[in-house]
Design a protein around this ligand. Structure first.
Ligand SMILES: [Fe+2]
Length: 336
């Protein structure tokens, strides 16, 4: 189930005016940037419609197990630059002079009480990433690909993984039919035999790191052995990449086959993220993919840009990983 919230142009304008007052670059000083958003919230300056919307998201996640929310017509930067597709991250630092998208994502994270997560070895330690095609990663299973992505969680191989992902449509052409598929862990579980569930809960599986992670950190080759299923319906899985350990028993291999069947059978949601849409969904309690149904405008498809954040479910959930963080900046992973 995906909850949809639609904002009016008047609401968007009101929020836009407030967010436009943020001038600190989150790429130069995230701590100060974060503080300036906290200040707006604490001063009661955030329009009540947005506070209420975020509170609804927080409550639905916590009490109703609804883990996917689509907020439509949120503020964006007036100037949305195009980046060099061989070095988009550095080009962004040079060309992006306002931080409306970033401030919107930070405000959403704070008001839903789900603090952001970043990795020192990923995109220079930025808390705001780009889903943007890089020529070097064409046709790979990474955030910089121009192609489809199989069902997965983000950073499957990494020990510290986000509970939620947020994707903000910065530049998307409605001419192109590109969808983010959403598969709730509950729906997978319903299709999974009890015996398979038991085997999937054992650390008999392994996930190699993706090409982008390996290039950022040469030590990142394979994950440790891990279970695929944890808690009630938390999945740690990247289709076509996560596999059984070399000495895993036949039952574990059968369970993996059964999981693939369950994924095929399970009911899926699908969202076309358009410009000004914020889609926030569970990373670990569900799987997601990217389907490219039809590209009518190749140029726009290449320049499609989603601004992305990783977040924890709550400050308590973040606290579990304290040993990994910079002592002065919780959520910033420095130990790998
Ligand atoms: Fe992903």
């Amino acid at each position: 189930m995906i909850t949809q919230l639609q904002f009016s142009d008047i609401q968007k304008e009101e929020l836009s005016k407030l967010i436009g007052t943020i001038t600190t670059s989150p790429y130069k000083n995230y701590r100060l940037f974060k503080q300036s958003i906290t200040q707006l919230i604490e001063n009661g300056q955030v329009p009540s419609f947005f506070v209420q919307a975020c509170e609804q998201v927080r409550q639905e996640r916590k009490y109703q197990g609804i883990n996917a929310h689509l907020l439509r017509n949120v503020p964006l930067d007036t100037v949305i630059p195009e980046f060099d597709q061989s070095d988009s991250v550095n080009d962004k630092y040079a060309k992006k002079m306002t931080f409306v998208g970033e401030a919107l994502l930070e405000m959403f994270a704070q008001l839903t009480d789900s603090p952001l997560l970043a990795y020192r070895t990923r995109n220079n330690g930025d808390f705001f990433h780009d889903v943007y095609a890089d020529k070097k990663y064409s046709n790979t299973q990474t955030q910089k690909t121009d192609g489809e992505l199989y069902f997965h969680n983000d950073r499957t191989a990494h020990p510290v993984r986000a509970d939620f992902l947020s994707l903000l449509g910065m530049r998307c052409s409605e001419e192109n039919l590109i969808y983010t598929g959403y598969l709730d862990g509950k729906a997978i579980l319903e299709n999974l035999q009890a015996e398979s569930q038991e085997w999937l809960r054992k650390p008999l599986f392994v996930t190699p790191y993706d090409e982008y992670s390996r290039n950022s950190n040469v030590k990142q080759i394979d994950s440790e052995l891990h279970p695929i299923l944890e808690n009630t319906h938390t999945f740690r899985y990247y289709d076509t990449r996560t596999t059984y350990a070399p000495d895993a028993p036949t039952e574990a291999i059968k369970a993996l086959v059964d999981l693939k069947v369950a994924i095929t059978k399970a009911k899926k949601g699908r969202v076309s993220i358009n410009k000004g849409d914020l889609f926030s969904f569970a990373n670990q309690d569900s799987l997601h993919n990217r389907e490219i149904i039809q590209v009518n405008d190749q140029h726009s498809a290449e320049k499609r840009w989603l601004l992305k954040t990783y977040s924890f479910r709550s400050p308590e959930a973040m606290g579990v990983y304290n040993d990994y963080f910079d002592a002065n900046l919780p959520g910033f992973v420095v130990a790998e």
